[in-house]
Unconditional design. Sequence first.
Length: 257
Amino acid sequence: MIHVAAAGDIHFAPDAAGTLRPHLEHLGERADLLLLAGDLTRLGTPEEAKALADELADIDVPMVAVLGNHDYHCDQAGEVTAILEGIGVHVLEGTSVVIPIRDMTVGVAGTKGFGGGFAGACGSEFGEPEMKAFMAHSRGLADRLESCLSALDTDMRIALLHYAPCPDTLMGERLEIFPFLGSHLLGEAVDRGGATLTLHGHAHRGTERGLTAGGRHVRNVAQPVIGHAYALYCLHPDADGADPECPTPATAMATRP
């Protein structure tokens, strides 16, 4: 069994220094890896990334992340990525990483993803150049996610996103903004790529648990949703499709900083 700690939408900045680290001190006793689902900073500045890196430095589990829309705001995503990778965080964008854990392997494929909406209420690559570019960007990121997932020859596959791959985990958000919170294209990529578990953030008023159209488990790990510094999920290598919930009591999870 693999224990996965996950969180998104940390929105860290220098004025929060010292608030996250205490909740992660015993992470190695509870989890085998830490996955971060984007919006790691408030505005995507190197100073914010450095503050977060100081909190995460020397955490004794493998760490994997994707960036979110906030992390792109100041057009310094490359610098943010370099700072996090400098402390050992694997930052993915249309890429994947294989993590060996005991006698098993976990493959994580990641992308920020993008919007576009869901079946019956989604955009299309038709009309104005701006709309075609919007949807082409969403499709391109989803296609790369599917390719990365499909190429993983591991005991378990995790899709790590920022935008949502299904509407289930957006319930609680205003219906009018669903097209800006995720895309069915991501869900199709997850289904075709065979993800054991998909994690995302972005929807602060959403719902934690959901399924793709193909029945794949999805969890919204935005901190305002999970109410903790991280959530814990259990993956069983021989039980594809099994519910990933851990029997671990909530008191064993760190409280939200």
